[in-house]
Design a protein around this ligand. Structure first.
Ligand code: SF4
Length: 350
């Protein structure tokens, strides 16, 4: 139960001060991660007096759900307020046979990618493991009796800058005694912190990894992703190679197509050389509008880019954009929620 102790330290303190038997911690952990309790009254395996004490001293929910928006394509966006008044966002994307939750790991993000709304916010703080995992629990309550099939760590923040809390949250999500989601259904996306990519490669769980590349050219990458000044593309590809050699798992490269910036044939040609490995996969995304001064490559041009990439032997896909009408698409999180809202649905207790 050491994972539970780390995950809910304040609850453990309450149990300890009351002299509760050791197995209570397991019951609490189960009530939160498997029972998805947001109020201790729902944790009926616990004695009434303990529920009352916990209600006072260590609430079951650490995030307050302040708004739920629904896009015409069924995508749902959750706006949460943290205990210290920060706003974070989570997105649930329903597909035919999948329900994917995209979660945040930081309040804002310090990486300042030029095309990203979250990057405009700067960084306020890292989220705790419980705040990270609870985003999934709330989405799971929302879609019940259907189940969450995938978790992607691609929301607000650079997850690798919050490594310890990230890994604890993912382990809880993966834990059979916790949320119970298979590791291969969990993916983390990084802007390319090479030391953390190596560390992640050495983790025993089979979590997937995605690297945001966005251009195969050094100078261009520095322009749109300040992190590129810290790590060259050659260093990044070394770390990528370490990941696939160590894990033998597929590695995804995220590539947001920006009109006139990184969507030319010369980009495809350079990508074909750079990503020449059977375990590398190129994920093309169309840019979702943010007031950052960039524009989206048109659909036909994005398809042409994809076709040329495939022609040159790359394993590549063009991902459909989801949730655009509620600003829930990739790179759109948070900035607009500080403004008047639209397309919301009444808040239901989930
Ligand atoms: S794209 Fe990701 S890493 Fe870059 S600023 Fe946005 S949230 Fe941060």
């Amino acid at each position: 139960m050491s994972r539970a102790k780390e995950f809910v330290p304040e609850v453990e303190q309450v149990l300890k001060s009351r002299g509760e038997p050791a197995y209570r911690l397991g019951q609490v952990y189960n009530a939160l991660c498997s029972g998805l309790a947001r109020d201790w009254e729902e944790a009926t395996s616990l004695p009434k007096s303990l529920r009352a004490a916990l209600q006072e001293e260590a609430p079951a929910a650490v995030l307050e759900l302040t708004q739920l928006s629904r896009a015409t394509d069924g995508t749902r966006k959750y706006l949460f307020k943290t205990h210290d008044g920060h706003l974070i966002e989570t997105v649930m994307i329903p597909e035919k046979d999948r329900r994917t939750v995209c979660i945040s790991t930081q309040v804002g993000c310090p990486m300042a990618c030029r095309f990203c709304a979250t990057g405009l916010l700067g960084i306020k703080r890292n989220l705790k493991a419980r705040e990270i995992a609870e985003q999934v629990f709330v989405a799971a309550r929302d879609v019940a009796p259907e189940r969450i099939s995938n978790v992607v760590v691609m929301g607000m923040g650079e997850p690798m800058l919050n490594y310890k809390e990230l890994m604890l949250a993912l382990k809880v999500l993966n834990d059979r005694e916790g949320f119970g989601l298979a590791a291969r259904h969990i993916a983390v996306s990084t802007s390319g912190l090479v030391d953390k990519i190596r560390r992640f490669s050495d983790e025993p769980e089979q979590f997937h990894l995605a690297i945001s590349l966005h251009t195969p050219f050094e100078e261009e990458r520095k322009e749109i992703m300040p992190v590129a000044s810290r790590h060259s593309i050659a260093e990044l590809m070394d770390a990528a190679c370490y990941y696939v050699e160590t894990t033998r798992r597929k590695l995804f490269f995220e590539y947001t197509l920006l009109a006139g910036v990184n969507d030319q044939p010369r980009h495809v040609e350079a990508l074909a050389e750079l990503l020449d490995h059977p375990l590398y996969h190129l994920n093309l995304l169309r840019f979702n509008w943010t007031d950052t001064g960039y524009a989206a490559t048109s659909k036909p041009e994005a398809k042409e880019f994809l076709n040329y990439a495939r022609e040159l032997g790359l394993s590549a896909t063009l991902r459909p954009s989801r949730g655009q009408d509620i600003d829930a698409a990739c790179g759109q999180l948070a900035a607009r929620d500080l403004r008047p809202q639209r397309a919301t649905i009444p808040l239901v207790r989930i």
